[in-house]
Design a protein around this ligand. Structure first.
Ligand SMILES: [Zn+2]
Ligand SMILES: [Zn+2]
Length: 435
């Protein structure tokens, strides 16, 4: 089986690179992946999968941080202008760009799910002539949209894995679910797919990310996903003439400023690391007006979900307290979130064994503390709560700059290895009966 998959991966390598470049050129940010998702729908259907997308692929009430409907409408139009199937795009109205492909094999066996994220960053791509996407003509043509985190590669690899598994269908058992997720950036998308129940019956859940290390390096035990919460607080006061009648005004700027200082003063936690950041404060309308409006954008993190909840609860209390102090209202809107997470040790050990066995990696490394957040943890949490296994791995991609930087580019040689590794993992899990 390993040799067969190696051959298929090689066979799909060129197509995977072409797909990745096409997705890179037409980069789309969270909840606006209309063209990318339409491409995924088409490829999965062609490979013989049962495909759910639009309202069938996510729970609308759990979508976080969705752009305004006018923004969505403009991006739907752009996707169609850039070649997406208009009927498919229409069914994704409202930003419902999730796609799930399911294939049930003839023999009974476990349910294996793999997750691939599709969104780009809100970053303008470097115009440096030495930047490879510029040099080779596949730099993003969409303003302020750039795949600076490698999710273009994730999507292309996901489609390659889909095709390899479809080619092996007579030899596999159980069910495979391939989840193409919108809006990972800002940890906004996963929750809506989990809420739809797609992983409730999953026995093995896999996720992967391209990493900064060299091609040929793989880390099978990613740990320290920080639980996180992102939220916006809008203070609603009363504007007034600052000279003639300041006493009738209610100052939203002062409430927001006071909240910002106090949020940063939330105590550390003895049980593990925590983070808090007020990243934006916008308030007021002019010099001689008592500011009647203010917006704060805040994120909190914690090593475990309870620690993150402690920070979040304290931040909410401070926001409400500050509003009360200035006799104004505050509206808090959740804009994103992820759980903490840790790889299931048994599954991580199997990934290690497969990585070693394939002989295509010059280093199969163990623990990789991510110290950041990834909403893959929502799938992980649900699957592990059901007593099943989940794991996330990183594959080296020799990137040219830090993630989310305008000059980010991967070494595409990582993709054929990722194809082979992920397809081999899925195939192995899909041939062994559930314990
Ligand atoms: Zn990212
Ligand atoms: Zn990423």
């Amino acid at each position: 089986m390993d040799r067969k998959i190696a051959g298929l991966a090689k066979q799909w390598e060129e197509q995977t690179i072409l797909r990745r470049r096409d997705i890179h050129k037409h980069a789309e940010a969270g909840w606006t992946e209309f063209r990318t998702a339409a491409l995924v729908v088409k490829a999965l259907k062609a490979a013989g999968y049962d495909v759910s997308f639009g309202a069938d692929a996510l729970e609308e009430g759990s979508m976080m941080g969705v752009p305004h409907k006018d923004v969505l409408a403009a991006h739907m139009k752009r996707a169609v202008a850039q070649g997406a199937d208009p009927e498919v795009v229409a069914r994704m109205e409202g930003g419902k760009t999730a796609v799930v492909g399911v294939m049930r094999f003839a023999k009974p066996g476990p349910v294996v799910a793999l997750r691939f994220d599709m969104d780009c960053n809100d970053v303008p791509e470097s115009a440096d002539p030495h930047h490879r996407p510029v040099k080779e003509g596949f730099a993003s043509i969409n303003p302020n949209c750039m795949h600076a985190c490698g999710h273009d590669a994730h999507t292309a690899v996901g489609l390659g894995v889909a095709e390899i598994l479809a080619a092996l269908k007579d030899e596999l058992a159980g069910t495979v679910k391939l989840i193409f997720q919108p809006a990972e950036e800002g940890t906004r998308g996963a929750k809506s797919i989990v809420a739809k129940g797609f992983v409730d019956d999953v026995d093995f859940m896999l996720g992967a990310h391209v990493g900064a290390d060299r091609v040929g390096h793989i880390t099978y035990n990613v740990t320290n996903f920080l639980a996180t919460s992102k939220f916006d607080a809008e203070f609603i006061g009363v504007p007034a003439h600052a000279g003639a009648s300041p006493e009738v005004g209610k100052n939203a700027l002062l409430a927001a400023a006071s909240a910002a200082l106090n949020i940063q003063a939330i105590p550390r936690h003895s049980q593990g690391v925590s983070r808090v950041n007020v990243g934006l404060l916008n308030a007021g309308t002019g010099r001689n007006v008592i500011p009647g409006n203010a917006v704060l954008k805040v994120e909190t993190r914690g090593q475990t979900t309870p620690i993150a909840d402690f920070v979040k609860t304290a931040a909410f209390r401070i926001l409400r307290g500050a509003a009360q102090m200035y006799d104004i209202d505050v509206v808090i809107t959740e804009a994103g979130g992820a759980a903490s997470g840790i790889n299931s040790p048994e599954l991580a050990a199997r990934l290690q064994a497969i990585g070693d066995r394939l002989g295509i990696f010059d280093e199969v490394a163990g623990v990789y503390p991510i110290n950041g957040s990834e909403d893959f943890t929502y799938y992980m949490e649900r699957v592990q709560q059901n007593g099943k296994q989940a794991a996330f791995l990183m594959y080296g991609a020799a990137t040219t700059a830090a993630n989310h930087n305008s000059a980010f580019e991967i070494d595409e040689a990582c993709m054929v290895k990722a194809l082979q590794m992920l397809a081999s993992c899925a195939a192995e899990l899909l041939t062994k009966p559930v314990k």
